[in-house]
Ligand binder design. Structure first.
Ligand code: NAP
Length: 318
């Protein structure tokens, strides 16, 4: 610990999801002294994903946690050091940057921000307990698991409607539940979803709770106009149903919002080399402003950020 606090690392990576772990692997392999900070569980969002079927090469046995364990092992094999710490602030001025944490002040020549984003929750009973067990926040990851089953999608934005149409490629029937009578999504997307033969819309309605013993078996809905509540249970022949929640995302940018540039949705703006406007500060993964947030894009960002950080640190020595 003392050694960690006294050292000036070549790079400190904030966040140990796929982006941070990949950055750690590439940085350590390039012989940079590398510290990866994680707040609570390692692995970010995929640590809670039962199956990762769309990361190239990860088939059959690839659960989220097993993929994370392999990423950790690989990064550590090359010398990356992991530390559990709660970051409370940064000083990005000058060539030596400071990361303030509950374990003390940590110093580095470069920083990679990989704190990710988290899906906004419905925040109803049963949701957290059944997350990964029928409740999902990622259609690309999980829609296939609901082949020929009934699925409820919550949200009224572009993501909810587009993902509902993607899910409808697999599911027997998709019901979009939205809290208002107007969709936030673009008109063209709303029209397409409304005309979809497998999609039904339930408006002015929200979830009161998600029901299930081990897997999602039903939901309780509340009509906000009439106040009526009703339980919707899975078809007895299916025994289970899917619940997809797309009510927006929250990038973890609270600590850096006054230090780096953010887009209109609160994500950090970088160039294609993961650089911010601050020399020595790079960004990787879901916290970045970009069009596709997946494990495969997070790991690619991490690799690029680490290589760019290496070049930057080398330039300091020249
Ligand atoms: P969003 O536009 O913020 O929409 C979130 C939706 O969730 C809204 O309909 C909102 O309802 C609803 N919602 C929020 N909190 C809720 C709660 N607690 N309970 C129930 N419903 C709740 O988020 P998004 O759809 O993820 O899109 C994010 C951004 O990406 C947007 O700018 C969007 O245009 C963009 N995007 C674009 C495309 C595309 O162009 N093809 C595709 C995907 C995303 P209210 O409407 O009542 O507030």
């Amino acid at each position: 610990m003392n050694n960690t606090l006294e050292m000036v690392y070549d790079v400190i990576i904030i966040g140990a999801g796929p982006a941070g772990l990949s950055a750690g692997l590439y940085a350590a392999r390039a012989k940079m002294s590398t510290l990866i900070l994680e707040r609570d569980r390692t692995g970010g969002q995929i640590a809670g994903t039962e199956e990762v079927a769309n990361y190239p090469g990860s088939i059959k046995d690839a659960t989220g946690p097993s993929l994370v364990a392999r990423m950790v092992e690989q990064a550590e094999e090359f010398g990356a050091v992991r530390m559990r710490a709660d970051v409370s602030g940064f000083d990005f001025e000058g060539t030596i940057k400071t990361v303030y944490t509950d374990k003390g002040e940590l110093k580095a020549k470069s920083i990679i921000l990989a704190m990710g984003a988290k899906p906004r929750l419905l925040d109803v009973p049963g949701e957290k307990l059944l997350s990964g067990k029928g409740v999902s926040y990622c259609a690309t990851c999980d829609a296939e698991f609901f082949t020929d089953l009934e699925v409820y999608v919550f949200g009224g934005g572009d993501t909810a409607l587009e993902e509902a149409m993607f899910i409808a490629k697999f599911a027997r029937k998709v019901t979009i539940v939205h809290r208002r009578d107007q969709f936030r999504a673009a008109k063209s997307i709303v029209e397409k979803a409304m005309n979809h033969p497998k999609i039904e819309m339930v408006l002015n309605t929200g979830a009161k709770r998600i029901i299930g013993d081990g897997m999602v078996q039903g939901i309780e809905l509340e009509n906000f106009i009439t106040g009526e509540c009703k339980e919707v249970l899975a078809d007895p022949n299916d025994g289970l149903m899917g619940v997809f929640v797309f009510v927006g995302y929250l990038p973890e940018t609270g600590l850096v919002k006054d230090l780096v540039k953010l887009d209109a949705n609160g994500y950090i703006i970088t160039d294609e080399n993961m650089k911010t406007d601050i020399p020595g500060v790079f960004v990787a993964g879901d916290i970045r402003s970009k069009s596709l947030r997946q494990v495969v894009t997070a790991t690619a960002d991490g690799a690029i950020a680490a290589v760019m950080a290496e070049k930057y640190v080398d330039s300091l020595h020249d």
